[in-house]
Design a binder for this molecule. Structure first.
Ligand SMILES: CC(C)(COP(=O)(O)OP(=O)(O)OC[C@H]1O[C@@H](n2cnc3c(N)ncnc32)[C@H](O)[C@@H]1OP(=O)(O)O)[C@@H](O)C(=O)NCCC(=O)NCCS
Length: 168
């Protein structure tokens, strides 16, 4: 079948979410820095996602392959003079990398975001070293708008980031 879909997080996703996130390779280019990542950490995230769903803020979805949760994608509509922009973030379990799944999931979230007529721009900031994430964004039509020098601190290291955006 190989069907990719998105749905809201459920409390009974905590075990699979912990399994996906408890992996240094998955976290390497994420702002998330929790290792080991436990089922309790996953439960806290799912509660956060549910709060945001009802109160606003980051809108978080599980990426589902044929009924099985394999990753995460989220967006946040910005405020003030950036209120026509949405940021996106995503990850997928390592065993599912390189099969085109995140490109398909990102296309689904793009469609969802652009259902909101107020949004003109979707953007992502990625670590400069994250070649596969850059490729996903390019496959989905994003354009690199430049390098944000020394923009991200992860642990003790400072990294450059690349800014990618897709406009309506
Ligand atoms: C980045 C990530 C989401 C990609 O997911 P995925 O399902 O493997 O992505 P896809 O299979 O749709 O596309 C990956 C593309 O990157 C390419 N790629 C893989 N490694 C690469 C590298 N080091 N440099 C450049 N391109 C690379 C693949 O060949 C593929 O391109 P292709 O379809 O033209 O062959 C996944 O690797 C991941 O979850 N990484 C950890 C978390 C993360 O970095 N998230 C992004 C934070 S901004």
């Amino acid at each position: 079948m190989d069907e990719i879909s998105l749905r809201r997080w459920r409390r009974d996703d905590s075990n699979i979410l912990a399994e996906i996130c408890n992996d240094g390779d998955v976290q390497r280019y994420l702002l998330l820095s929790i290792l080991p990542y436990t089922v309790d950490d996953a439960c806290s995230f799912i509660e956060y996602a549910k709060r945001c769903e009802s109160e606003g803020g980051e809108q978080c979805f599980a990426v589902v392959l044929d009924g099985l949760v394999i990753g995460s994608v989220s967006y946040t509509i910005q405020t003030g003079c950036h209120s026509n922009s949405a940021s996106v973030g995503y990850y997928i379990g390592k065993r599912y990398w390189g099969k085109g799944y995140m490109s398909r999931a990102l296309n689904l979230i793009i469609d969802k975001i652009f259902e909101n007529p107020s949004v003109d721009r979707i953007y992502a900031e990625i670590f400069t070293e994250n070649g596969s994430s850059a490729r996903v964004l390019e496959k989905c039509g994003f354009v690199c708008e430049g390098t944000l020098r020394k923009a991200v601190v992860k642990g003790r290291e400072v990294h450059d980031a690349k800014l990618y955006a897709l406009v309506r």
